[in-house]
Design a protein around this ligand. Sequence first.
Ligand code: NAD
Length: 445
Amino acid sequence: MKQILRGKDIIPASGKLGVLIPGIGAVTTTLLAGVFAARKGLARPLGSVTQTGKIRLGKRDNLQMVPINEFVPLTELNDIVFGGWDIFSDSAYQAATKANVLKPEHIEIVKKDLESVKPMAAVFNKNYVKNLEGNHIKKGKNKMDLAEQLMRDIDTFKKENGVDRLIMCWAGSTEAYIQTSKVHYSLEKFEEGLKNDDPSIPPSQIYAYAALKKNIPYINGAPHLTVDCPALMELAEKNRVSVCGKDFKTGQTLMKSIIAPGLNARLLGVSGWFSTNILGNRDGEVLDDPESFKSKEVSKLGVLDTILKPEVYPELYKDLYHKIRINYYPPRGDNKESWDNIDIFGWMDYPMQIKVNFLCRDSILAAPVMLDLILFTDLAQRAGMYGILEWLSFYFKSPMTKEGLYPENDLFVQRSKMENTLRYLMNAEPIHHTGLDYYYDMEEK
Ligand SMILES: NC(=O)c1ccc[n+]([C@@H]2O[C@H](COP(=O)([O-])OP(=O)(O)OC[C@H]3O[C@@H](n4cnc5c(N)ncnc54)[C@H](O)[C@@H]3O)[C@@H](O)[C@H]2O)c1
């Protein structure tokens, strides 16, 4: 069995943490600008559990709400060094300006810091992301050669920046939908596939392979498979590395995982849930290609089933019609708008409707998710929690789980799972919310 290090045994977050990101686009530059501004006290890192969240400890007659970053040993924002790869050579400053998420005045205050992040040449192949054309791309004799080039980039970054630990987080474009095939069944087959340029291995898996070979935890912010396959899990287990994914939970799916648990808790039936979106950023353009959209659709569709559980409540959810549409609409940029029409029914089958119109900002919602994932994954690695970090499913649309387990998508269960994991790590009592001990003698007889 795996041993988790707890309390004082957790390796301290001393020294610098290097964060390597494939994809220096809208989400990444919004994260970077926010972290740089927060370090200078010029912006508040809101929406981030690690920066602003509190955890309840102890019983309600002695209520303690402790800041999470004082309760668990996390890396400080000042100790993070960012780097990464992109198919464009723009610095993070230029990329942030083009992404047009933040106002110029919020980019200018951290211009120097953003300019210092210059992407390394990417591993890219247009077959996996059709609507993207770049020129800052590595050449190699085969996919194994490209993986080795990435490993050399990692070594150079580590040396030049004097970092002690590393994390890799994918924030690159969503790749075309690929199912697991023979090449993904074992590490041996996967390594053969890298040497033979197997078409079932997309660039994201080459990055993940390079990271895991170097004992670096890997976070997948996009919906494509990457580490969610036996071959790369075998490598993660062998090298004792943490992994988590898939697809940052933001926007419409966040709303679904907030609303659906409530309907289910009150046993209200759902006959239809129609979700449509317009967005005009580069992510939207990439998702305009049906193959990339397919990856996103699969990731978004699973959420309702696992929350509502039609197999447990067929009378309420068996005929649920769930449809998702994403439309690329350039005028809206990163300010996505989503509409949900939810047809529900209750007492004596009387129908009702709910309409949700969320005018969100995609990258503003994604940046704190990415920051928390980086800091918690680093914590997990220092606590010896290698393999899938299911306790971080709070942050994902399509959480990875061990084979045979269903993913938990209910945001409130996910939050409670995450908090109890943090309590476990710090030798604190889990909180089960029964409250019965205030009214009854709960001593075992
Ligand atoms: N914004 C959100 O709310 C949100 C939510 C969930 C998931 N995501 C996912 O996060 C990812 C990033 O989103 P974004 O809005 O920043 O997109 P973006 O298009 O602004 O940025 C993606 C960047 O990745 C680069 N890229 C593509 N392939 C690459 C490769 N092989 N190697 C290195 N760089 C590569 C692109 O050139 C681009 O700069 C997407 O996959 C998106 O689906 C975003």
